[in-house]
Write a new protein. Structure first.
Length: 384
């Protein structure tokens, strides 16, 4: 089977969407020929055996024109490419044009925000096109609901969650030794991982929960691994600056450690040393957490997750087993849940173990890629 992938989101850009698409393409390329047309990048990046094409310079319009021209050239010269797969809703028009022009099957991946982005032109000419693709893959039940709201046919929607490399997050080093090496000896670590965008709710967590947690657990340290989002197409706010102001205003500089962006190797060690991961996402009309990839990573590391019950997070966190879900905006319950796990390490460890078992059973990349492969094969057979 041969697959043509059209995606703006792809490494070396960083983020959950980029990680998902790189892992899916790498997995598929083990048994199939995969060609990827993606955005300009200053440095070369290879994740698997797929062939990657990029325009010579940056810009969304330039990328669209390049993707159409390169995609047409590849499809014209190779009848074996039966599926055109779009990595996000953003590229739906390109996928539809190429698939209809060359009579191939059109499949698009939807992540959440790419369905609800408020631009009127985007909604009219991009999201509306999703109704006409042959198949839509979504990352959670919540995103499936958003797709149905956009009048995508329910029978054309399939939920396939992201995967996780469970082996990668197993660290032999002792968590206390890792803490000591970073000047965090004898501290209880609450961890947040992710790009600093408003919907993540980090500033609000500091303002409404952290001071209360510190009163009950003075040894706590809130570690933030991530920085402002700079590569997305949506407006960029200085959320990191807002977080620093909140820390200063509430006099919590001794209880917060801002790491900024960290390497993949360092990230694994940070998961290993933490006691609990917090994902205090806000329930916003203008933005949405499509799944909650970091909750899956924490589970792979054997760490419990405390998060708000919004977006696709309930698909990632098994409430009461691998973590605790609270209603968005209920900061007293959020504080109570975190303190309860910090003070009961056996319960926290049990939840972490439950999350790891679930990750191994349901979310390995092998099983996730196999589901993509089965879908592509089925659509490919219909194209012939």
């Amino acid at each position: 089977m041969e697959i043509l992938v059209i995606t703006w989101n792809y490494p070396p850009r960083q983020g959950g969407m980029e990680q998902l698409l790189a892992s899916v393409c790498a997995g598929l390329s083990r048994n199939h020929r995969v060609s990827v047309i993606t955005a300009y990048a200053e440095k070369h990046f290879t994740v698997g055996a797929e062939t990657v094409f990029r325009p010579a310079s940056s810009g969304l319009i330039r990328y669209f024109l390049f993707a159409l021209a390169k995609g047409a050239a590849l499809l014209r010269g190779n009848r074996n490419i039966t599926v055109v797969f779009g990595g996000s809703v953003l590229v739906t028009p390109i996928v539809l044009i190429l698939a209809r022009l060359f009579r191939r099957k059109a499949i698009v991946q939807a992540h959440g925000l790419d369905l609800i982005y408020a631009g009127s032109i985007y909604q009219l000419f991009v999201v509306r096109g999703l109704r006409h693709v042959d198949h839509t893959i979504v990352n959670s039940r919540h995103t499936a609901g958003l797709a149905r709201q956009k009048r995508v046919k329910a029978r054309a929607i399939e939920v396939i969650p992201p995967g996780v490399d469970c082996q990668r997050f197993q660290v032999a080093e002792d968590p206390e030794a890792l803490k000591q090496a970073r000047g965090l000896a004898n501290r209880k670590i609450i961890l947040f991982v992710g790009r600093l965008v408003r919907r993540k709710g980090v500033k609000e967590f500091i303002e409404h929960s952290l001071a209360d947690i510190v009163k009950q657990a003075p040894e706590v340290c809130f570690v933030i691994a991530g920085d402002n989002s700079t590569a997305s197409l949506t407006p960029h706010d200085d959320v990191a600056g807002d977080i620093r102001q909140a820390i200063e205003h509430h006099e919590l500089s001794e209880q917060v450690c801002c790491l900024g962006a960290v390497s993949d190797v360092e990230l694994v060690r940070i998961y290993a040393l933490c006691d609990v991961l917090v994902l205090p996402v806000l329930d916003l009309d203008s933005d949405v957490e499509g799944f909650g990839m970091v909750a899956l990573e924490a589970a792979a590391a054997g760490k419990p997750v405390i998060a708000t019950r919004c977006g696709g997070i309930p698909d990632a966190v098994n409430d009461g087993e691998s973590g605790i879900l609270v209603e968005p905006g209920n900061y007293s319950c959020l504080s109570e849940a975190i303190v309860s796990l910090l003070k009961n390490p056996l319960i926290a460890a049990s939840m972490g173990q439950s999350g790891r078992q679930r990750a191994v059973k349901e979310f390995t990349w092998y099983s996730v890629v196999s589901r993509y492969e089965a879908t592509f094969r089925r659509l490919s057979q219909l194209a012939n």
